[in-house]
Design a binder for this molecule. Structure first.
Ligand code: DGL
Length: 259
């Protein structure tokens, strides 16, 4: 039984990947929809929330946890790993590995929330892996609200303007690989690819899901339960966009403050 959590909906992009890789695995997802976003909060608050999220998933009997949130992975992962006996996988290392493998020019851009960029976790690890890399960072705080509101179409002028605002500086450079360091951002892939043609986009949720699935047999019946800290109906309405599937009847409310 794998536990997955995110500050809200974005982690569902990782659920979709795990489903594809291991259809038989049983999953429990927690989305902290009552306290989202995490990306604008302080380090102390992010750590406090993440500890509660992990405690909740452990109370469900999970044997491994995927931190399907760029913000928590960059800000709280080592704290969570220290206090937990089961494997806790974040998105930073798998994404950095994939980026180092993908780049030919040696120039990589990292996109994320304010908290993720503040942490410096991606460039630190990329430079550890390959000191000669040139790493550029960009916080994209408008992306999460756009994705949550379904404004992701390649031809949507607002989506295009937001992508241009943050990524114009990467046009016509030798950057050939971009880490989408937030689990919401894959939904904007088409708009980003349009502005930066030929660039490899690293989907962090997908890379982390691959690492989590390594060495697992996926014995189960392929069930999924979803828990949220705000109205389940709102989650059900938006989840389809991330998951490509209806989750009606599988979502419950949890009082996360009690963990
Ligand atoms: N899930 C967060 C992340 O991947 C984005 C949303 C938030 O700021 O909480 O960084």
């Amino acid at each position: 039984l794998i536990g997955i959590f995110d500050s809200g909906l974005g982690g569902l992009t990782a659920v979709k990947q795990i489903r594809g890789l291991m259809p038989q695995e049983d999953l429990v997802y927690f989305g902290d929809t009552g306290r989202v976003p995490y990306g604008t909060k302080s380090r102390a608050t992010i750590i406090q929330y993440a500890k509660q999220d992990v405690a909740f998933l452990q109370s469900k009997g999970v044997d491994a946890i995927l931190v399907a949130c760029g913000t928590v992975s960059t800000t709280a992962l080592s704290v969570l790993q220290k206090q937990t006996k089961i494997p806790v996988v974040g998105v930073v290392e798998p994404a950095c590995r994939a980026a180092v493998e993908a780049t030919k020019s040696g120039s990589i851009a990292v996109l994320g929330t304010n908290a993720t960029i503040r942490s410096g976790a991606f460039p630190d690890l990329l430079k550890d892996m390959q000191p000669s890399l040139r790493v550029y960072e960009q916080a994209c705080p408008l992306f999460v609200p756009l994705v949550e509101n379904g404004v992701t179409d390649k031809d949507d002028p607002i989506a295009r303007l937001a992508v241009e605002r943050y990524l114009n500086r990467f046009k016509d450079t030798d950057i050939d690989t971009v880490i989408l360091g937030c689990t919401h951002y894959p939904l904007l892939s088409q708009v980003i690819a349009d502005l930066l043609p030929g660039v490899t986009l690293i989907n962090t949720g997908y890379e982390a899901a691959k690492v989590l699935c390594e060495g697992r047999s996926g014995n189960g019946t392929g069930t999924a339960r979803y828990y949220v800290s705000d109205d389940p109906e709102m989650f059900i309405a938006a989840a389809g966009r991330f998951l490509g599937q209806d989750v009606k009847g599988q979502v419950s409310y949890v009082d996360i403050g009690a963990y």
